[in-house]
Design a protein. Structure first.
Length: 335
């Protein structure tokens, strides 16, 4: 596994929109996010199409691919953090030169939602660690929440430790004067068997909505990746947005039947967003039906994904997750 050099103050954060750009109404939020990051001691470099958008994309696919590569090939750029996700990042995958990326010194790429369409293939195809974590627009309010600050911690330390959050909530307002999160709901992780668990393995995962679309394509050689690192075992960290319980079950079933969960030692599933049950069939049913027959422990309602706060998960890192009585800790090491 190749890890980018550890991020340091004074490094440049590249900003491009490989999926969608931001709407004009949120320009102040983007500018605030950028200034907040610069106030931490980093430089920023944004490509032209970040401010563009239409039909769910920031620019034509070739332009988005070129802008991403321009940052990845720039030796002064230490990390790339898109403003947010979108819908159609898949369009740039056939245009990216993954062999070229593999030959370059690795650069951090951090984001969630549709950005998983990029981070997971980079890890699988190029053996490069990536971060399933905060997007830039998460940082565009009065202050950067401590959970989003951990994105920089994840990219700056060879090992780091995270605790489950005491509360979770929703995004509040669009004004830059507002705190980004209203964390008013008690956070309680759960396990499908109601038992405590400790599991270790190499971490991999992202947003289910887009990962399941990579099944069977050349951009998701999961079985080859699993075979290479099988001695380490795996922790899958998954979350979903806009998927109901039946959608989640069908996607996980397909992943299982494609052998994605071979040598899996544990699953962490994030708090669902845009979710609903189907005819009494629940998320718990979906997770149990897929993983219980495999004897794989599953904890869910975790601080991962679209509902804040979220943990920062390094795809490719070695991890250890400990869960008991609604609380959890996750240790990751770049090894």
């Amino acid at each position: 596994m190749k890890y980018p050099k550890l991020l340091q103050k004074g490094d440049t954060i590249g900003i491009c929109a490989p999926s969608d750009g931001y709407v004009v109404e949120l320009e102040a939020r983007f500018d605030k996010a950028r200034s907040n990051v610069e106030a931490l001691g980093y430089k920023t470099l944004a490509t032209a199409s970040v401010k563009a958008g239409g039909k769910c994309v920031s620019a034509p696919a070739d332009v988005r691919a070129e802008e991403f590569m321009s940052l990845y090939e720039n030796p002064s750029v230490a990390a790339i953090i898109p403003p947010w996700g979108g819908e159609f990042l898949v369009d740039i995958l056939p245009l990216l030169d993954f062999e070229r990326i593999s030959a370059l010194p690795p650069t951090w790429v951090c984001g969630y939602s549709d950005i998983s369409t990029l981070t997971v293939p980079l890890t699988l195809l190029c053996d490069v660690a990536t971060v399933h974590g905060s997007n830039l627009m998460n940082m565009g309010h009065a202050n950067i929440h401590e959970s989003d600050l951990r994105a920089f911690e994840a990219m700056s330390n060879a090992a780091f430790f995270q605790h489950s959050a005491p509360f979770w909530g929703d995004f509040s307002g669009a004004g830059i004067e507002d705190e980004i999160y209203a964390l008013t709901k008690e956070s309680k992780w759960k396990s499908i068997d109601n038992k405590s668990h400790v599991f270790t393995g190499r971490m991999i995962g992202g947003c289910m909505d887009v990962l399941c679309k990579l099944l069977g394509t050349r951009f998701a050689p999961v079985c080859e990746f699993i075979e290479k690192y099988k001695k380490d075992g795996f922790i899958w960290t998954l979350e979903s947005c806009e998927m109901n319980a039946a959608d989640i079950y069908r996607a996980l079933w397909q992943m299982r039947e494609c052998s994605w969960f071979e040598h899996c030692r544990g699953v962490i599933y994030g708090r669902v967003c845009g979710y609903e049950e189907r005819g009494g069939f629940t998320l718990e049913d979906a997770l149990s039906n897929v993983f219980a027959p495999l004897g794989i422990p599953v904890v869910y309602d975790a601080d991962i994904g679209h509902t804040p706060p979220q943990m920062q998960v390094v795809n490719g890192a070695l991890g250890k997750a400990s869960y008991s009585d609604g609380k959890a800790t996750v240790w990751q090491e770049l090894a």
